[in-house]
Design a protein around this ligand. Sequence first.
Ligand SMILES: Cc1cc2nc3c(=O)[nH]c(=O)nc-3n(C[C@H](O)[C@H](O)[C@H](O)COP(=O)(O)OP(=O)(O)OC[C@H]3O[C@@H](n4cnc5c(N)ncnc54)[C@H](O)[C@@H]3O)c2cc1C
Ligand code: SF4
Length: 503
Amino acid sequence: MPDPNGFLRYNRRLPARRPVPVRISDWREVYPPAGEELIREQATRCMDCGIPFCHDGCPLGNRIPDWNDLVRTGNWDAAVDSLHATNNFPEFTGRLCPAPCEAACVLGIGGGEPVTIKQVEVEIADAAVARGGLSPRPVPAPTGRSVAVVGSGPAGLAAAQQLARAGHAVTVYERDDAIGGLLRYGIPDFKLEKVHIDRRVAQLSAEGVRFRTGVNVGVDVTAEQLRAEHDAVLLACGALRGRDTPETPGRGLRGVHQAMDHLVAANRVVAAAAAGGRPDTAVLPDGNPIDAAGKHIVIIGGGDTAADCLGVAHRQGAAGVHQLDLYPQPPQARDEARDPWPTWPWLLRSYPAHEEGGERVFAVAVQEFVDDGTGQVRAVRIAEVTVEKRDGRRIVTPLPGSERELPADLVLLAIGFEGTEEQPLLDQLGVGRNARGAIDARPDWQTDIDGVFVAGDMHRGASLIVWAIAEGRAAAAAIHAYLGGTGTLPAPVDPARQPLAAR
Ligand SMILES: Cc1cc2nc3c(=O)[nH]c(=O)nc-3n(C[C@H](O)[C@H](O)[C@H](O)COP(=O)(O)OP(=O)(O)OC[C@H]3O[C@@H](n4cnc5c(N)ncnc54)[C@H](O)[C@@H]3O)c2cc1C
Ligand code: SF4
C-alpha cells in the first residue's frame, strides 16, 4: 500500500546536474547518481493510481506504480525484477527517454508535478548493475531454429535478447565496427556512457547471442545467403536517411554537413580515447576534419539531434553556437486546449546542453549558406518566417526585410530523417519503402516477404528508444510464434500502435 500523502509531503526534485564548467571539460554523463534518499522520497510521491495513466504513456507498459512502491520500501531486488519484466534495457530509457509516462502521470493534471518516473527507473537500472542483476540468464534448451537480426540498435538488441532467451539461435549483423546503433555513435557520451551498451553486449553474448560486426548485409552477405542460413530474418536497420536541404543556395559549400557526420566523428574520438588511443580531432570518413574548436557553429533544427550537436560543439571548444528553429518558441507550460493531459504536450524543451551556452533562434529559415569566396561557408543568411499547413503541406513565408547574417564556419543540418536508407539489402529482398520512407509491417510484424520481419525506426520512422525496444520485443514474440516456439513472448505493442494523442 503506497503512502497516500507522499505527493503532499514532497515536491518533485531531480538530482543536481554536474556544474556546467566541469562537465563541458569532459564527456562524462551530465547527471551524477541521485542517492538513495532522494529516490526513495520521490518514489513515495507515486499514488499507485487505480487507473495508472503513466502506463498508457509508456509503449513498454512498464509497471511504474509497482516499482515505485518497491523503491519506496527499499525492496531493490524486487524493483529490478519488476522493471526488467517489461524493459530489456532500462538503463538506456532511464537516461534517454523523454518520458511520455511523466507527461501522462496523474500528478501532472492541471499543471501539477508528475512523479520523477524516469529518474527512479535509472536508479533501479543502476542498482541492478551494483547488485549483480545483469547476470546472464541460463541458456535454455535450444529450439533448433535460427534468427538473423540485421541492425544492432535498441530494436535489434531487444529482439535478440527475447529470442535467445526463448532458445533460438540468434545472430546480430551490424555493418558498423561496434554494437549499439544510434546509441553507440549517434548519441554522445554525456547522455549515455558506452559502458552501459558494453555491459548488455556481454550479457547477450553470455546468453548465446552471436554478434557479427563489420558486416553490411546486402553487400558483405547477400539477403539470399542470410535467408538460406536462418529460419527467420528481422530487419532493424533504423531510419538513418538524413533530411537535407539541396535547394538552399550554398548547400554544396565546404563546412555544411549533416548533423550525424559531426556526431559520429565526435563519438569516435571519445571511443578511441576510452580505448586508450591518442586523443585526436574528429574527422569525416574521407579524413577531413569536422571539429567545432574555435569555430562559429550554426545548428539547424530543434530536436534531440540538434541538442546533441550543441553539447558536442561546446565540449569541442566552439567559439559560439546558434541553434535555429523554423517554428515559433513553444509555450513553457502545457496548452490544455491543444494537447490535453495525458497526451504528449508541445512545450519548450530545454536539454542540459542548452544551459551550457549557445543562442536559440526561433521562427527563422535559412535563405543562403554564404561563400567566403573560396568555397567555404562563412555565414548563414536567415529570415524570420511564418509557417502554416495548407492542404497537408507546410508553407514557409519569409517576412520581408527581416534578413540577417549569422557567422558560420561549420553548419550542421539536424532537420530530421526521411526514413530508412535505400540499400542493396532492400532490393535483394524485394522490400519497398513506403511514402514515409519506412517499411510496412503486417499485423504479425512480417514485411511483404514471408519470414522477413521489421521493427524499430525502420518500421516506425525516426522515433524513440522506448518505441524501438517495444517493437523489438513485439517482433520477437511474432517471430517466436512463426517458428512454432512453445508458449508466448510478451508483445507490448502492435505495428499500428501510435503514441497517445488528442487528434
Ligand atoms: C542524434 C540522435 C539523438 C537521439 N537521442 C535520443 C534520445 O535522447 N532519446 C530517445 O529516446 N531517442 C533518441 N534518438 C532516437 C533513437 O536513437 C532511435 O529511435 C533508436 O536508436 C532507434 O533504434 P533502432 O534499433 O530502430 O535503430 P538504430 O539505433 O538506428 O540502429 C540501426 C542499426 O542498423 C545498422 N544497419 C543498417 N543497415 C544495415 C545493414 N544492411 N547491415 C548491417 N547493419 C545495418 C546501422 O548501422 C545501425 O547500427 C536519437 C536519435 C539521434 C539520431
Ligand atoms: S500516474 Fe503517476 S501517480 Fe499514478 S501510478 Fe503512475 S506514476 Fe504513480
